[in-house]
Design a protein around this ligand. Structure first.
Ligand code: 4AD
Ligand code: MG
Length: 477
């Protein structure tokens, strides 16, 4: 006898045949109706049992969370709400779940409560939907690049360089922390460490991806990245996944075109392929928004927002124009910003980014040509000597979702910048080699995958769109 996924049973399987299905009990009503789910879809299959025919011991074990194997006949449903149901002939209990202690009961649990039960939360509708969308998005990422002639590169997780120069790294070491070898000056002697030098978990695969772009042309990495920044926000993780394409011969305009097309394409993919989950998440968001004050509510429902973003042009604005807008905007004049914008050169905080996107332009915005001072060393210096060919993409409800740039391909200029920032040239010898041998204009960007999942699912906290979030003081599971 063939066993089917619930998704198959609910769609294309012929009626009046005997089927086997495995799954977990969502609810058990009136000792008669089991709603069973196996994760293949947000929808449950209803299994109708005749309790008088069931063994007492089996009946006792059918409760929310129990894992069952059900054998029965697939029939047209008598009740409303589903097309088909199973007339159960046999129930095998793989494993029961004691209602006294099983935390995921059929009632509303707060997202905070579920974070403490991260090993079980994927059994809730919300997390299962989010994780299916996350999986679909990952697939869409690979499909987009494959369709557009990119090669997938696995850049290293352990590195000796700080790509972003922000110094927010997790050290990788096998030295004894209680008794590390010391140099004559009394510092830890990393020459005796595993790699014979200081190493850390990567903050970005970009520098290595650049080396590949200068041989394979169009490449991307998609992997975990790590930042030891002490940011306890709903947008930051210490371990997150980043997608970083890098393209030889692309300038900043081509880079912006690529980023915009890419984001639109992966969002469209979920609209086409995650209909049930997105419909559920839209409903969840509507319910949640009802509890918020009117001004904090979004003017668009989830699907409308996803369609809007995937079909409208992103607004492209220079940093200098953005600063003018921000300097003269109402919240700045009324001192409503936590960080007031007074002068050119200020770094933009998420409150400013969200003002531009949500209140001023009311669409995704690409900001470009940032002050060199607030951006990383590898970005190409403009002729004005003050700004670099950087671009950030800002999204409603999210703020920065993409950070990228045209790279500095001129050896002398790059060396100058490295020197000015006090970075040791020796450490980047291989990166500088790219500028010595066959250098060329090239560009790339990084998209924070969880921020994309946040946007697409309409969830409010980044901790709820990654299976097991790592944040300051939190690495359980
Ligand atoms: O802007 P960032 O720091 O850019 C880079 O790392 C470049 N090397 C990328 C490149 O050009 N190849 O990070 C890129 C994106 C951000 O826009 C944001 O979406 C995400 O990564 N991000 C984070 N996401 C979650 N938690 C954090 N702590 C994040 N930090 C950055
Ligand atoms: Mg950035």
């Amino acid at each position: 006898m063939k066993s089917y996924s619930i998704k198959e049973l609910l769609t294309a399987t012929p009626l009046q045949q005997e089927v086997v299905v495995n799954g977990w009990v969502k609810t058990f009503r009136s000792k008669r109706f089991i709603a069973l789910n196996d994760g293949s879809t947000i929808n449950n299959i209803q299994c109708v049992v005749d309790f008088e025919e069931l063994n007492e011991d089996v009946l006792k074990q059918i409760a929310t969370g129990a894992a069952l194997k059900i054998t029965g006949i697939l029939v047209e449903s008598q009740g409303k709400g589903q097309r088909v149901e199973i007339q159960t002939k046999n129930v095998f209990v793989h494993g029961s779940a004691d209602p006294e202690t099983y935390p995921i009961q059929p009632k509303k649990h707060s997202l905070e409560f579920l974070r403490e039960k991260a090993h079980l939360r994927v059994r809730t509708n919300t997390f299962a939907a989010v994780m299916r969308v996350r999986s679909a998005l990952s697939f869409a990422v690979h499909q987009y690049f494959r369709d557009n002639g990119f090669y997938y590169v696995h850049t290293p997780i352990i590195t000796g360089s700080d790509a972003e120069g922000a110094g927010e790294m997790f050290r990788v070491s096998t030295l004894d922390p209680k008794n590390p070898p010391l140099t004559e000056e009394g510092n830890v002697n990393y020459k005796e460490d595993f790699f014979g030098k200081e190493t850390n978990l990567t903050v970005s695969g970009q520098l290595e991806a650049e080396t590949f772009a200068m041989g394979l042309g169009k490449v991307y990495t998609f992997g975990p990245t790590f930042r030891a920044e002490n940011s306890n926000t709903s947008r930051h993780l210490a371990e997150f996944w980043m997608i970083e394409p890098e393209v030889a011969f692309n300038d900043l305009d081509a880079n912006m075109d690529l980023a915009e097309d890419f984001i639109k394409s992966v969002i469209t993919y979920t609209l086409d392929n995650c209909k049930d989950d997105l419909a559920f998440l839209e409903q969840r968001l509507l319910e949640e928004e009802k509890t918020k004050p009117q001004i904090e509510r979004s003017d668009m429902a989830l699907l409308e927002k996803l369609k809007f973003v995937s079909t409208n042009n992103f607004k492209r604005v220079s940093y200098t124009e953005a600063i003018d807008i921000l300097r003269n905007c109402k919240p700045n004049k009324k001192k409503k910003f936590k960080y007031p914008i007074n002068e050119w050169g200020a770094d933009l905080q998420s409150e400013h980014e969200r003002f531009l996107v949500e209140k001023h332009f009311k669409c995704p915005v690409i900001l470009f040509d940032y002050p060199a001072k607030i951006k990383a060393f590898y970005m190409r210096l403009n002729e004005d000597g003050n700004t670099v060919r950087a671009m950030d993409i800002l999204f409603p409800g999210i703020g920065e979702i993409v950070g990228g740039s045209q790279r500095e391909e001129r050896l002398d200029v790059l060396k100058e910048k490295i020197k000015a920032l006090g970075i040791d040239e020796e450490e980047l010898w291989w990166y500088l080699d790219l500028r010595k041998f066959g250098t060329a204009v090239h560009s790339g960007f990084g998209l924070g995958f969880e921020r994309l999942v946040l946007f697409t699912t309409g969830m409010g906290n980044i901790r709820d769109v990654i299976p097991f979030p790592r944040t300051p003081q939190n690495a359980e599971f």
